[in-house]
Every structure is written in C-alpha cells, then in structure tokens.
Design a protein around this ligand. Structure first.
Ligand code: ATP
Ligand code: MG
Length: 316
C-alpha cells in the first residue's frame, strides 16, 4: 500500500480543552477514508490541521513523506469541500471553478479547457455563466467539488459535503461521488457523522471519539468486530451483558396464544429493504432486530426472539 497521507499523533488544544488528543490516521494512494464520529469528536479540527488551517500543538502531518509543518495551506496540494461550500457569490460557475487555476497562474486557454472538463465531470455542462446564487443546494455542492478537483489536488478533504441536502439528493450525490472518486482515483478523507454515508463511500472507515481515532477498518471489518461498546453502539449494534449483537442475527416472531414471549416491539421502522425493530425485553433492556419479511411484527406486538450465535461479538 502506497501511503499518501499520514497523520501522526496530532494534538490540538483550543480554549475549551483538547479538540484533538493523539489522532493518528493513514490514507493510502487512491483510497477514500471516511472519518465517522459524533458531533464534537474533532473531525473538522483534524481536517483543518491537515489543510494547514489549524496549527497542531503536537504530532505531525506527512504528505507523500513530506512533513507539512512549514508548508502554507495553498502550497499543500490539498483540495477542500466543506458543508457550507463557501462559493464566491460574486463570480459565476466558471469563475468559481477557475479560481484555483487562475491563482496559480495557469494560461487562460488552459483554464477554460479545464473548467469545461470539470463541469462535464460533475454534470454541469451549460452552467458556466450561471450565477451561483441561482443554483440549487446540490448544484452548488457540485460546483464546490469541481472547484476543489480542478487543480488536481494530491488529497481531497470533504467535511459533511452533503450535510445540508435532503435525503434523496444525498443518496443520489453519494452514488455520483462514489463513481467519480473511483474513476479519478482520488485520495480523500470524507467526514460524516452518518454511518450509512461512511459505509457507502469509505474504502475504510475511521471511527473518531474524544479527539482521537478509536478504530479503523473496512465497513465489513467494523461490523464484524467493533473495538468496544461505544463503537458497537455507534454503528447500531445492540449490547447485552458486554456482548454486541448484530441486528440481522436476531430472528423475531409474534407469540402464539398464551405464550409469554421475550419482549414487546416498541417501534418498527423501515430502512430500505429491512425493517428495524426495537424490542423491549421482558428481562429488562432493549434489543434491535433487522428483519426482511414484509409480514413483520408491529409496535405493540409481543414477540419471541432467537439469536444466531454467529451474530454475537464478544467485546474486549
Ligand atoms: N474555535 C474553537 N474554539 C474553541 N473550541 C473549539 C473551536 N473549534 C472547535 N472547538 C471544540 O473542539 C472540539 C472538536 O470540534 P470539531 O469541530 O472538530 O468537532 P466535529 O467532530 O467536527 O463536530 P461536528 O460533527 O459537530 O461538526 C469540540 O469540543 C469543539 O467545541
Ligand atoms: Mg465538524
């Protein structure tokens, strides 16, 4: 694996206390790492350190082996896409995408050519002269992406780029992004607090908590063996007596007449092809089950459960 980006034991103290506390992360060439963590865990701060917008109090950042300590942000070869896209509202679409290219002194002909390529790439051909204020949220986000990709950054950093968009648009852009990244062989760190998004886009997912990264792995690796109770819970696994239970391993059936059952369904929520059941257990506590049958128990139903031992994860 050829390493592009290495974050080594980075710490940042802000007035409140540590925003980063020994964060380490490796990103290989052409790899997308999704940085997943709850609000306040330090995701944005970590991106800001990598981009050179925030000084680290300890640790270092290496890009292709080079220590970035004394490299200013605009010389790092890093592209940024943030949630509020921060487009230049006094420039049109082409002007926004051309910005980085003009800044580094590309010839006007080359700039024009590259802008055309990028707009084609993000599906905005014909939008050149549109004022960015007249674009939809999704279109603005594509402009931001095109602007960040135009100078061919060594690494792309994205901070909740789809955060302000509605669910349907998000799902569509997520697929577009995934295909685009694969085609361009982009190296990227993609911040999100949405597990579905992280799993959909990340070749690997780094789970962040309290200013550092607690576990890194492919989506399957994380699902198979979460590092601890917090990670398991954050990913949506159930916990019983120090054991994590994958919801798909919990089989559920309505009780027959007179049967006591193991619990009562509190809620049943469809999530695409599966229905997520929250079950209040007779013995106390709750358990999640993911079922695929259309004839699934509903809220209020008394149920018996059966857990496949394959779905149990002993937590360390
Ligand atoms: N400018 C600042 N001054 C003081 N504290 C800050 C500053 N920026 C961030 N922090 C604190 O640092 C911690 C990490 O913040 P950060 O913005 O990196 O979290 P995050 O994971 O990006 O959260 P979110 O998902 O809400 O965007 C938080 O406790 C936050 O309050
Ligand atoms: Mg943030």
């Amino acid at each position: 694996m050829v390493l592009t980006l290495r974050v080594e034991d980075v710490s940042v103290r802000l007035d409140g206390g540590p925003a980063l506390d020994g964060a380490s992360l490796d990103v290989a060439d052409s790899e997308i790492v999704a940085l997943l963590g709850p609000s306040g865990s330090g995701k944005t701060t970590l991106l800001r350190v990598i981009a050179g917008l925030q000084r680290a109090d300890g640790g270092r950042v290496l890009l292709e082996g080079e220590d970035l300590r004394n490299v200013p942000p605009h010389r790092r070869g890093i592209g940024l896409v943030f949630q509020d896209h921060a487009l230049f509202h006094h420039r049109d679409v082409a002007g926004n995408v051309a910005f980085g290219l003009r800044m580094r002194g590309d010839r006007p002909g080359a700039v024009e050519q590259r802008v055309r390529e990028l707009l084609a790439l993000v599906g905005l051909v014909g939008f050149e002269r549109r004022s960015v204020g007249t674009l939809s949220g999704g279109e603005q986000q594509r402009v931001a992406l095109a602007r960040a990709l135009a100078p061919e950054p060594r690494v792309l950093l994205l901070d909740e780029p789809l955060g302000s968009l509605d669910r349907r648009l998000r799902d569509r852009l997520l697929e577009d992004l995934s295909a685009l990244f694969a085609r361009l062989r982009v190296t990227a760190v993609y911040v999100t607090h949405d597990q579905t998004e992280a799993f959909a886009l990340g070749d690997r997912v780094a789970v962040m908590r309290d200013g550092h990264i607690v576990q890194t792995g492919t989506p399957d690796e994380l699902w198979a063996s979460p590092a601890d109770e917090d990670v398991a819970r954050f990913l949506g696994l159930g916990i019983r007596n120090g054991v994590a239970i994958r919801p798909e391993a919990v089989a559920v059936r309505r009780v027959r007449e007179g049967e006591r059952g193991d619990g009562v369904v509190e809620s049943a929520t469809r999530q695409g092809p599966t229905v997520r059941l929250k079950i209040r257990l007779v013995e106390g506590g709750e358990l999640d089950a993911a079922v695929t049958s259309l004839d699934h128990p509903a809220a209020g139903d008394r149920v018996s459960i059966d857990i496949d031992p394959e779905g149990l994860v002993e937590l360390r």
